[in-house]
Structures are given as C-alpha cells and as structure tokens.
Design a protein around this ligand. Structure first.
Ligand SMILES: *Cc1c(COP(=O)(O)O)cnc(C)c1O
Length: 226
C-alpha cells in the first residue's frame, strides 16, 4: 500500500508539473493538498515518507484523531480543513488547522473569531464559494460572495488568503474555476483552491494555486466510520 501511495504521489506531481508547463506557470506556484479523509493514519504516514507535507481533511474530529500525533514526528506538516464546518467545531479547527478552506457564512466567521481566542491561534482562511448554486453544498452563494468576502476581509484582514470552490459534478468545471479566479482578482486575493482528482489539470490552467487530490493518491475511500 505504501509503495502504491508513493507511486501515485509521484505520478500526480508529474501531472502537476506538466499542467504548469502547458499553462506557462511556475511549478512552485501550485501546491498539492493530499486529501486523506476516511483513510487510515498509515496511509498518511506513507505519503509523509514519500515527501508529502500538505494534507486536507474534511471532518475536524477525524483530523484531530490523526494529525496532532503525526506533527510530533513531522513538525513541518500542514493541515487544511476543507469541508463544511459546523460552528461548534470552530474552536477545535482553529487549534489543529493551518488553513480553514471553508469559511462561508457570518455565523461561522463569529464562531472562528471566538474559537481563535479560545485556541490562541487563528489559521489562515479561504472563503468557499458555491459557484454552482447547489443547495446541498457548503459555500457562500455566488450572488452573495463579493459582499461576504469584503466583510470577511474587514473582520480578519490578511488572514483571508483566497477562495475555494467545488464545481457541480456533472458540469464542465472550467467556467466555475474562471469565475472563482475573477472573483479572487477583484479582491486582490492570492490563493485559489480548486481542482480535485478528476479536474486538477483544468484548474491549473485557470490559475489554481492549491489542488486538492484524494482518490488519485490514496485510492477509493473506505466507508466513513462514525
Ligand atoms: C474529498 C474532497 C476532495 C478530494 O476529492 P477526490 O475526488 O478524491 O480527489 C477535494 N476537495 C474536497 C473539499 C473534498 O471534500
């Protein structure tokens, strides 16, 4: 399993390099977030041994059960919380995450502000935009996004680093990525988290700076235990 993860990582890094070259972008401008949700700690360790340091988890509880321990051995490990975040998990998210990619509503801004005080640290933040207007998905609706980003910048200043989106599965992702890129330009935000296993090359062509890849590194996800 460990060999397979190392091979998959090498293959993804290669494809990222090629996509950067094709887009005329520097490889150093795109970071790979290895999405390890539902996968056991051994899989994360295999990726760490293969040189990967940046990880994404979408549930705070699960992230808390894996990563604080791993940080002892790998102090340069970085963790992103990438899933819809409940307000009652905000304090713990502030404690364990380097970046929260899913800021999407005023109540969560308030909870993160309070949680950061409690935790004594405030992670960097990305605003998640629901570019496809899907009711079941987290993210601020795109009609409200500009106002929400402006308000978040007021509240958190430089801690707001950029934007994140997950396009609808059954649509061409490129227009969604482009919309997010334009939105980030309007607000002068440097970070664009977009692209997953199926579409990260398209995202790189549209200026993604973070690609979140799970299945193509760790294989298909086991059923979550909760
Ligand atoms: C699970 C997940 C990913 C990774 O998806 P894959 O298709 O497995 O690469 C990326 N982003 C978010 C927000 C996720 O929840």
């Amino acid at each position: 399993m460990s060999d397979l993860i190392a091979q998959n990582l090498a293959a993804i890094r290669n494809r990222i390099a090629q996509a950067c070259e094709k887009a005329g972008r520097a490889e150093a401008d795109v970071s790979l977030v290895a999405v390890s949700k539902f996968h056991p700690i051994e899989s994360v360790e295999a990726a760490l041994k293969a040189g990967q340091r940046l990880f994404g988890e979408n549930r705070v509880q699960e992230a808390a059960s894996k990563f604080p321990e791993l940080r002892k051995t790998f102090p340069d490990l970085r963790l992103h919380i990438i899933g819809g975040l409940q307000t009652n998990k905000a304090a713990e998210a502030c404690q364990i995450a380097d970046v929260i990619e899913s800021l999407d509503r005023p109540s969560l801004c308030d909870a993160i502000e309070k949680g950061a005080q409690k935790a004594g640290r405030l992670p960097e933040l990305l605003v998640q935009v629901n570019t496809g207007g899907e009711p079941q998905k987290s993210g601020v609706p795109r009609e409200e996004a500009d106002a929400f980003i402006a308000a978040s910048l007021e509240k958190f200043g430089q801690k707001i680093r950029g934007l994140m989106c997950i396009p609808p599965e059954d649509e061409d992702p490129a227009p969604h990525f482009r919309l997010l890129r334009q939105m980030s330009q309007r607000h002068g935000l440097p970070v664009l988290s977009m692209g997953m296993s199926a579409d990260f090359e398209t995202a790189i062509a549209e200026n993604a700076t973070l690609v979140r890849v799970g299945t193509a590194i760790f294989g298909s996800r086991p059923t979550p235990q909760s």
